[in-house]
Write a protein that binds this ligand. Structure first.
Ligand code: AHR
Ligand code: AHR
Length: 490
């Protein structure tokens, strides 16, 4: 087949370390994400504390490194003190963000317990809508202080003597949008952010602060210039997708463009920040979202095409590993969710399988691989963002090449986005001598619209096999609409 498909790797071209936090997740008090998703009191599938054991097991399998909570939009009117202490005394509150009632039966202590159970770092997004600096400081004290203050003592009183050491704190959520409680201009937000970040770091200097970015260079520049000294990350949210196949998979490349733009904005703002400090990017909400509506509880069932988009995003995040050091899929369960539950069990969507593939079968060191591919041009539009994109030269084949920490394995993670054609690709490795036998992990399904469901939970899945012709130069045929990892032994 055509010589146009080629992946070339050079051992000397190391790009950097991939932060495992790019495989993070997000849970919001919305629909059945928390209640009926990760937490279902009284269910035979739950443990004595109310955590769904089947969901726990699935989350552990994808080694969730960091979990963002409690929103999203919900965060902007959440009073954390409603969610601590004896459950029967917790008030039911009306949630302005989504127009529903919140029982507060899942709160800070339950969230931390969940993070411990799955091995994730907690990431709390504070209330910048109806909340105050006092409330944020108290929340931080409740979580992290070992002092003698009222809130540190309150945590002890609630049965948690040891500080929770919550490292990641988001100062608000999507505050640039009129849908957000507490909506502000860039100037207004930047000033409030600077104050919150500065004084939260007085309480605990070790925390990492995530600022609200708007995927808008003017907003982002204002925020970083004003508060850059005190923030560690600027966030970016990306939702795309439609029934159009190529539009869906190509949108990953639009995300790449936007993240590169944000990286440039950070560079422009750099002179106004301290010399050594580098603000990183947190892509802390991303997914396909165009079918989930209030009527269906924001649930949509991801197809193979959506998984190929997600695999494309991970390849891009590997390339951007120096600047994007956190990403959180929105969301983990049911609500635009990677995992689907009902009262009897769960099934795993194709997007979940992408996490399974990348978390377990890619390495920590990113190499600057050359990927030659035929391309296409496309125009698309995001359903939610109501924005358009126009892209030239979108590849049919893309790949990331990573090395394990111990440098004993080389992983070629490739996506063949072509809807009909298999792609034969030559693979050239300079400075590596792999063994002949290599493991292959392939995520695929009967067609790009294929979904998993309770009746057919394995329509889209990962299959494994061994090849015996690996060497410094070999060829591999990547099947149509697949995400494949070739795991080479060095
Ligand atoms: O993830 C769903 C919602 O999308 C979040 O609450 C909000 O931050 C975004 O608009
Ligand atoms: O464990 C180290 C630090 O101690 C944590 O990052 C912080 O939250 C706590 O105060």
């Amino acid at each position: 087949m055509s010589q146009s498909y080629r992946i070339k790797v050079d051992a000397e071209r190391v790009m950097g370390k991939i932060d495992s936090n790019i495989y993070g997740h997000f849970i919001e008090h919305l629909g059945r994400c928390i209640y009926g998703g990760i937490y279902e009191e009284g269910s035979p599938l739950s443990d004595e504390r109310g955590f769904r054991k089947d969901v726990l097991e699935a989350v552990r399998r994808i080694k969730c490194p960091i979990l963002r909570w409690p929103g999203g939009n919900f965060a902007s009117n959440y009073h954390w003190e409603d969610g601590i202490g004896p459950k029967e005394k917790r008030p039911v509150r009306f949630d302005l963000a989504w127009g529903k009632e919140e029982t507060n039966r899942f709160g800070t202590d339950e969230f931390i317990e969940y993070c411990r159970k799955v091995g994730a770092e907690p990431y709390i997004c504070i209330n910048l809508g109806t909340g105050s600096l006092d409330e944020a400081i108290h929340w931080l004290e409740y979580c992290n202080s070992s002092g003698n203050t009222y809130y540190a003592r309150l945590r002890e009183k609630n049965g948690h003597a040891q500080p929770y050491r919550v490292k990641y704190w988001g100062i608000g959520n999507e505050i640039y949008g009129e849908w957000q409680v507490g909506h502000r201009s860039a100037k207004e937000y930047a000033k409030v952010l600077r104050e919150y970040a500065r004084f939260m770091k007085v309480v605990d200097p070790s925390i990492k602060v995530i600022a609200v970015g708007a995927d808008d260079p003017e907003w982002d520049l204002e925020v970083i210039k004003t508060a850059g000294k005190y923030i560690d990350y600027i966030s970016n949210h990306q939702y795309w997708g439609s029934d159009d196949y190529y539009e869906t998979v190509a949108s990953a490349y639009w995300i790449e463009k936007r993240l590169k733009l944000l990286k440039s904005v950070i560079e422009v703002a750099q002179p106004s920040i301290e010399e050594k400090k580098r603000v990183k990017i947190a892509l802390d909400e991303w997914n396909i979202w165009y079918r989930g509506t209030p009527e269906n509880g924001f649930e949509e069932n991801y197809a193979l095409k959506d998984a190929l988009f997600a695999a494309g995003v991970f390849i891009i995040l590997h390339r951007l590993c120096r600047s994007v050091t956190m990403a959180n899929l929105a969301q983990l369960v049911n609500v635009i969710g990677a995992i689907h539950t009902d009262k009897q069990g769960l099934y795993l969507t194709p997007i979940y399988r992408v996490f399974e593939l990348f978390v377990n079968h890619t390495g920590e060191v990113a190499l600057d691989a050359l990927v030659n591919s035929e391309t296409y041009d496309i125009e698309g539009k995001g359903f939610l963002a109501r924005r358009k994109f126009k892209l030239k030269g979108v590849p049919y084949l893309d790949a990331s090449v990573t090395l394990s920490k111990d440098k004993d394995k080389l992983f070629i993670a490739a996506v063949n986005f072509h809807r009909q054609e298999d792609i034969e690709c030559s693979i050239i490795l300079e400075g590596f001598s792999p063994g002949k036998e290599a493991r292959i992990y392939e995520l695929n399904g009967p067609d790009v619209m294929a979904v998993n469901d309770f009746d057919n939970p394995e329509r889209v899945k990962i299959t494994g096999k061994t090849i015996k012709n690996a060497s410094r130069e070999f060829s591999y045929v990547f099947p149509a609409h697949s995400a494949t990892v070739i795991e080479l032994i060095l």
